[in-house]
Design a protein around this ligand. Structure first.
Ligand code: FAD
Length: 466
C-alpha cells in the first residue's frame, strides 16, 4: 500500500489525516457488542477522503487500485457490527458530502448515497406528501447508502417487509474498484449483489427508492401486565390489514420504565409496553380494536400533553431500545433473532420461559415473506462470551434462528448468504479485494462452504437467478 503515492494522486480532494479525526471516522457502533469492542477497538484507517461527487469517487477508486490501498466506505457510521471499520487501514471514504436528493416523482426518489435518511423524508414530504417506505431507528443520523449496504429493515417494515424484499430498492448505482472503475446501474435481482454487502462489492453513489404516502403518524404506548398478552395483541394488530401502522414493538419489563427515561412519567413500573405508530385515520378504529385486549393506552402523541423534549417513539424501538438500555446499564448487550411464522407466539413464550430476566425480550413485528411475524432484539445481561454463545445455541436448538450481532463478517453475522454469484461479482468489481477487506469470508477462504444449512436473512442470489 503506497499512501504517499495515493495522496499526491488525489491532490485537490478533501483529505484528512489528523489521527483523532481519522480514529473517529474509523469507528461505528461496534461497541454495542462486548465481543466486537474487544476485537476492533484498535482498528484505524490511514486517512479520510470525502468526495463531493461521483467523478471524485471514480478518481479515488482508480487511485486506490493503482496504489493498492484498501478503501472502506462510510455513511453515518451507525452500523453496529463494525461494518464500516477499516480492518486493513487505508482510506475511509466518507460519503456524507454526497447528500443531494436528485429527483422526486410519484412513488420514487433518487438520492446520492450519502444523503441522511431524515433529510430525504423531509424533502419528499415537502415535495409531494411522500416518504420512504421504511427507515432504521437511526433516521436522523444514518445515510441511505449505509442503510442499503449495512442495514435490513425498520420502521415501516410492518407494512412493507425489509430491504431484502424485491421492490424495496428500485436501483443502485455503484462505482467499481478497478484499473478503470466502471459506473453500473443495477436493477432487479442484480441489486442483491450490492445490498447488505457492507460495501465489499462497490461504492454506492446513487440510490433510487420507492416512496409511500406520508402521514402525521400518531405515537402510542399500550401497557400490559403480562408479556404474552402484549405479544398476542401486537401479533393480532399486525394482521389487521385495515389498520395502517408503521411500528409495532413489544418491550418486556423492566426495560420501558427503567430505560425510557424521558417517557418514564407516562409509564408504570413492572409493565410491558407495546410501542405503536398509527396513521391518524386508523386511530378511532384502533381504539375500539384495543378495547378487546387487557392493555391500557398510557401515552399518545395526539393527546393534550406536553411532548417537549420527548424523542419520537421510534427512537425507543429497534436498536434504540438497546442503546437506551446500555446508557443506563453498561453490562447489557443484545441479540438478533427471528420468530418464524406461524409459530411465533409459541416460540416467544418458550424463549421467555427459557431465559427469564437474563434475556429481557424485545420484539419488532414486521411482514416477513408476506406473513406477519417478528424479529427478536432481546437484551442480554452479559456475563461471559461463553454464556452469550450458549444463549445463542439454546435459541437455535429451540427453533429460533439467530443473526449474530457479535461478528463483523457478512457470513458469520448470518444476515447475508454469500454465494457463487455474489463472489463472482466481487471478482469483477473488486479484483484486488480492496473494498472493505476482511468482511467477506468467501473472498478470503477458497474452501468456503456455500451450502451450509444456516438460515440467512438475505438468502443469496442463487435462488434469484435460478
Ligand atoms: P454506516 O455505518 O456508515 O455503514 C454501514 C455499512 O454500509 C458499512 O459496511 C459501510 O462500509 C457500508 N456503506 C456505507 N455507505 C456506503 C455506500 N455509499 N456505498 C457502499 N457501502 C456503503 N439497522 C436497521 O436495519 N434497522 C434499524 O432500525 C436500526 N436501528 C439502529 C439503531 C441504533 C441505535 C444503531 C446504532 C444502529 C441501528 N441500525 C439499524 C444499524 C444502522 O444504523 C443502520 O443499518 C444504518 O442504516 C446504517 O447507515 P449508516 O449511514 O450509518 O451506515
Amino acid at each position: 500500500m503506497d499512501i504517499e503515492g495515493l495522496k499526491s494522486e488525489l491532490a485537490g480532494l478533501s483529505i484528512e489525516e489528523n489521527p483523532n479525526f481519522v480514529r473517529m471516522k474509523s469507528r461505528d457502533a461496534y461497541w454495542f457488542s462486548p465481543i466486537l469492542k474487544g476485537e476492533l477497538d484498535a482498528v484505524m484507517g490511514d486517512l479520510v477522503v470525502t468526495p463531493r461527487n461521483e467523478a471524485e469517487v471514480v478518481r479515488i477508486a482508480k487511485a486506490c487500485y493503482a496504489f493498492d490501498v484498501p478503501l472502506t466506505v462510510r455513511g453515518g457510521g451507525t452500523g453496529n457490527y463494525g461494518q464500516a471499520m477499516p480492518l486493513s487501514g487505508g482510506v475511509v471514504l466518507d460519503m456524507t458530502a454526497m447528500s443531494a436528493v436528485k429527483s422526486i416523482a410519484p412513488g420514487r426518489v433518487v438520492a446520492e448515497g450519502g444523503a441522511i435518511i431524515a433529510d430525504i423524508d423531509r424533502q419528499t414530504r415537502a415535495h409531494s406528501a411522500q416518504e420512504l417506505r421504511m427507515h432504521p431507528s437511526t433516521h436522523h443520523s444514518a445515510s441511505i447508502g449505509g442503510f442499503v449496504a449495512g442495514g435490513s429493515s425498520g420502521i415501516g417494515s410492518i407494512t412493507w417487509g425489509g430491504l431484502r424484499d424485491p421492490g424495496n430498492i428500485i436501483r443502485l448505482r455503484v462505482v467499481t474498484m478497478e484499473a478503470e472503475p466502471r459506473v453500473l446501474d443495477l436493477f432487479g435481482d442484480d441489486i442483491q449483489k450490492v445490498a447488505h454487502a457492507y460495501g465489499t462489492n462497490g461504492i454506492l453513489t446513487e440510490v433510487e427508492m420507492p416512496l409511500a404516502p406520508a402521514y402525521d403518524w400518531v405515537d402510542m404506548i399500550v401497557e400490559f401486565d403480562r408479556f404474552m398478552e402484549a405479544a398476542a395483541f401486537a401479533n393480532d394488530l399486525g394482521a389487521q390489514d385495515g389498520l395502517l401502522t408503521k411500528l409495532i414493538s413489544v418491550i418486556a419489563a423492566p426495560i420501558p420504565y427503567a430505560y425510557f427515561k424521558r417517557h418514564q412519567k407516562f409509564l408504570s413500573e413492572g409493565k410491558h409496553a407495546v410501542l405503536l405508530m398509527l396513521a391518524p385515520h386508523a386511530v378511532s378504529a384502533f381504539e375500539d380494536f384495543a378495547k378487546r385486549y387487557p392493555g391500557t393506552i398510557c401515552f399518545r402523541s395526539d393527546a393534550d400533553i406536553d411532548t417537549k423534549g420527548l424523542p419520537p417513539i421510534y427512537e425507543l424501538s429497534w436498536n434504540h431500545t438497546t442503546l437506551r438500555a446500555m446508557k443506563v446499564d453498561t453490562n447489557l448487550t443484545y441479540l438478533q433473532s427471528l420468530y418464524p411464522f406461524p409459530n411465533q407466539l409459541a416460540l416467544i413464550e418458550k424463549t421467555l420461559n427459557l431465559f427469564g430476566d437474563e434475556v429481557p425480550l424485545h420484539l419488532e413485528f414486521l411482514r416477513f415473506d408476506g406473513n406477519v411475524t417478528c424479529f427478536g432484539l432481546p437484551l442480554v445481561r452479559y456475563s461471559t462470551a461463553e454464556r452469550l454463545e450458549e444463549i445463542m445455541r439454546i435459541h437455535e436448538a429451540n427453533g429460533v434462528p439467530i443473526f449474530n450481532p457479535h461478528r463483523y463478517t457478512l457470513e458469520e453475522g448470518g444476515m447475508k448468504r454469500t454465494d457463487e454469484t455474489q463472489l463472482a461479482f466481487k471478482k469483477e468489481a473488486d479484483p484486488k479485494g480492496l473494498l472493505n477487506p476482511g468482511k467477506m469470508i468467501a473472498w478470503e477462504n477458497p474452501d468456503f462452504d456455500f451450502d451450509d444449512d444456516k438460515i440467512y436473512l438475505y438468502p443469496g442470489l442463487r435462488r434469484a437467478v435460478g
